[in-house]
Design a protein around this ligand. Structure first.
Ligand SMILES: [Zn+2]
Ligand SMILES: [Zn+2]
Length: 144
């Protein structure tokens, strides 16, 4: 189903997002540096889904508005340290702080679900057979 562009969009310089219970909310300014679906085992396990909807922004673009996320820091298979933030009350994924100064915001936490528009898949080789992998997207190898 296709929507008319520009009809439901919030202003691009101020996105908002929150967890399910609303205790933790955040805002984002500016454009994302990447939008991808990650099928790595860490992302799948913590998301409870076949892929994590990664809306990646420079970390300074993200501002915590309310609440305090709970976090879990893990070293990914790539060797990079990811601090994964989620709501300690309702369990919703919020964002991951990545070593290289980026925040991988959960596209599913954004207030407008149409903002997230993935263009790439990551770690496709880690996906289980039942995963829904879009075929028309660029596929990044696990090491990138
Ligand atoms: Zn919550
Ligand atoms: Zn991943």
């Amino acid at each position: 189903m296709k929507k008319e562009p520009g009809t439901t969009k919030e202003p691009k310089d101020q996105l908002t997002g929150s967890c399910l219970c609303g205790a933790v909310s955040f805002s984002i300014v500016g454009d994302p540096v990447a939008q991808l679906l990650c099928f790595c085992s860490d992302c799948r396990r913590i998301s409870g889904a076949d892929a994590y909807a990664a809306y990646v922004v420079p970390r300074p673009a993200l501002t915590l508005k309310t609440g305090t996320p709970t976090s879990y820091t893990v070293t990914a298979a790539s060797g990079r340290v990811n601090k994964r933030n989620f709501c300690g009350t309702c369990g919703s994924r919020l964002w991951a702080d990545l070593e290289m100064g980026l925040a991988s915001v959960s596209g599913t936490a954004l207030s407008d679900p149409e903002i997230f528009k993935p263009t790439m898949v990551h770690c496709e080789s880690d996906a289980p057979t039942w995963a829904r992998i879009p075929e028309q997207m660029e596929s990044l190898p696990p090491t990138s």
